[in-house]
Unconditional design. Structure first.
Length: 224
């Protein structure tokens, strides 16, 4: 396969921009920050592609679409939002991701708050992300799904007939995976093509390898 013909589709919890209303009611969009943004934006600009994520607001409408379209033009790659309700943000992000998965992956099981509605919302939100990915990508694209917020996106994409998805998130011991029965049953923890811890340097290294770009001079070590 000619990797030069592939686009990079980055899927993360948030879009790499910060949105806010100005005094006149219009949207102001500022570039985001963080390791993932720093590592992957140069690759997106070089190859062309799309970043998919929650825009950070429950508002929608034509003015938000217009603001994201302008940000897409300025950035050189597409920004595609995933619309979430306030309840979905609470149960999916603050609930399942922060009160269950984060403590599990950091060996702090006593802090977990297992609530059935968290799990149901997590699945529904991951399905929403997968639908947006499927609508904005082709079978030739390389889809990079980032971190534990979206562990079920790959299986949802396979349900839609898509393959070739790489999920980047921390791999934890079997005793940790076993602690969450619903996750063990449905299997999102073990359906990843790339089951390794992926901070920004690792994310950049993996994408450079896939697209046959020059390797990073800094060594990348697999997390233990």
């Amino acid at each position: 396969m000619n990797t030069r013909s592939q686009r990079l589709i980055v899927v993360s919890n948030r879009l790499p921009v910060a949105l806010g209303r100005q005094g006149d009611g219009t949207w102001k969009i500022r570039p985001g920050s963080g390791g993932l943004v720093t590592a992957l934006l140069p690759l997106l600009r070089d190859r062309g592609g799309t970043w998919i994520g929650w825009p950070g607001t429950g508002e929608g409408g034509g003015d938000l679409d217009a603001a994201l379209a302008q940000a897409t033009h300025d950035a050189g790659y597409a920004l595609k939002p995933v619309a979430l309700t306030s309840e979905e943000v609470h149960n999916f992000y603050l609930g399942f991701s922060n009160e269950i998965v984060w403590p599990l992956f950091h060996d702090m099981h006593s802090l977990c708050n297992f609530r059935p509605e968290y799990w149901r919302t997590y699945l529904n939100v991951n399905r929403k992300y997968a639908d947006v990915v499927a609508a904005n990508s082709s079978g030739r694209d390389f889809v990079w799904v980032h971190d534990y917020h979206l562990m079920h996106v790959a299986s949802e994409l396979r349900r839609l007939g898509r393959s070739g998805t790489s999920n980047s998130r921390p791999a934890r011991p079997h005793r940790v995976r076993r602690s969450c029965g619903t996750m063990r049953t449905s299997g999102p923890l073990r359906r990843s093509r790339n089951p390794c811890h992926a901070p920004s340097r690792h994310s950049q290294h993996c994408c450079c390898y896939w697209f046959r770009l020059p390797p990073s001079p800094s060594p990348i070590r697999r997390a233990r």
